[in-house]
Each structure stands twice: as C-alpha cells, then as structure tokens.
Design a protein around this ligand. Structure first.
Ligand code: DX5
Ligand code: ZN
Length: 224
C-alpha cells in the first residue's frame, strides 16, 4: 500500500560488532540509514540482557543519527527520564509492560521526545488503537522480542495493514515500524502492508554493511 510517508531504515545495533560500533554506525548512516534502533533488554520482560544508558550516552557523543530506542523492560516508567537524558530521540515502550500507558506517554512528552508504543506478535491492535492520537509511532513486532536473527511471522503484517487503514481513516500521522526478521527479500511485503520505518539487524550487520543498507534503499525506491 502506498501510504505517502517517507520510508526510513533503522538498523538494529543488536547485531553489530561492538568492538567497532562507532565505525559501523557511521557506515550505515553514510549509506542512507536515518535512524539507529537500540534494543534495551532487562532479562525480565525478555529472557536476555543487552545494554542500557551508558552505551547510549557514549554513542550520543559521537553521532547525530536519530536514536530509536526500543525498551524491552518491565515497568518502563522507572527509566523514561534516564533514557531521555542519555540521548534517545524516540522512546518505544511495550504496551504489555505498561500499567499506566497514558502516564508513560506524558512522561516521554515532558522529556520532549517522540513516543512509540510497541506490541508483541500476540497483542491485538485494538489494544493500541485508543492511544493512536497521542503517539508518533506504533512498533509492530514481527518476531517475539528477545533475539536477533529470527524468522518474520507473516501474520504480523496483517496487523500492520489493519493498523495503517485505521490510521488513514482517522487522518492521523502515525509511523508504523516493523521489527524482526526483515530482509531485503521480504521488506517489500512490510512496505506494502503500510510500514514506513523498517528495523533490520542481522540483514544489515552481516558482511557488506554499506551494501546491505543500499539494497534496502533500493527496495524503498522501488516501492514508491
Ligand atoms: C528483537 C529486537 C530486534 C532485533 C531484530 O527483540 O527487537 O530489534 O535486533 O533483529 P533481526 O533484524 O535480525 O530480526
Ligand atoms: Zn527492536
């Protein structure tokens, strides 16, 4: 579906080589990526632990790329302020982890950051619909959160399609981001369904990083 919105690639650094992370970020940005997807995992909401504020703060000093922070943590309200001051530009929190969704939206707004709500594959979109007029993005997980390198669950793209229709019907301007199992071979399906922010981890940070990003850019151009 043509949604008239700009398509943006958000490479997930979960699959990057952390010993040369700064250089790899420069490489993806030079090749056309506009966002950087930063997965924060707490070992509670998801079964593993990734990285947190110190990494974001350190990266913030070396790049101006837009930081798309994906919080996979319980009780996200505890950490909104600290992720904001660490350098996040957009904060995605999981609906399933939030007891006071409106309160968290307001906390992020007060920090002057963009707001995203994330839903897991089994969470129906009707649970996020009541908040659409108050947020900038819905992140529709296309795998179970927790690990890179999984296979896309195709049914999740039906949720993207339905959500894009609701957003369009209401005349809202809300980005739809997809995350998990996206490759240059299937990204057209996500774009057709109405996603406009595309996360890719293993498909970007393997072998020829700049070439991988450029191939995503070509797919974006073809889908216009
Ligand atoms: C998974 C993370 C993803 C992950 C995607 O929980 O939210 O952002 O890095 O990795 P790929 O693109 O390899 O599926
Ligand atoms: Zn993610």
């Amino acid at each position: 579906m043509e949604n008239g919105m700009k398509n943006i690639l958000s490479p997930s650094i979960l699959s990057a080589d952390f010993s040369v992370l700064g250089e790899q970020i420069k490489e993806v940005q030079a090749a056309g990526a506009e966002y950087l997807h930063i997965d924060v995992m707490d070992g509670m909401f998801v079964p593993t632990i990734s990285y947190g504020m110190p990494v974001i703060r350190s990266l913030r000093r070396s790049t101006d790329i837009f930081f798309d922070v994906h919080l996979m943590i319980v009780e996200p309200e505890r950490f909104i302020h600290r992720f904001a001051e660490s350098g996040a530009d957009l904060i995605n929190f999981h609906l399933e982890a939030a007891s006071d969704v409106e309160g968290i939206i307001e906390m992020i707004r007060r920090e002057g950051k963009k707001v995203g709500i994330t839903i897991k594959p089994d969470t129906p979109i009707r649970e996020v619909v009541p908040f659409l007029s108050k947020i900038d993005m819905v992140l529709v997980m296309t795998v179970e959160p927790g690990f890179g390198g999984q296979k896309l669950i195709p049914e999740c793209l039906d949720k993207v399609r339905e959500l894009r229709r609701i957003i369009a019907d209401r005349g809202l301007n809300v980005d739809i981001e997809v995350d998990g199992g996206i490759t240059t071979d299937n990204v057209h399906l996500a774009l057709e369904a109405g996603a406009n922010v595309i996360v890719a981890g293993s498909a970007v940070f393997k072998e020829d990083i700049a070439g991988n990003v450029r191939r995503f850019m070509e797919k974006f151009a073809e889908s216009r």
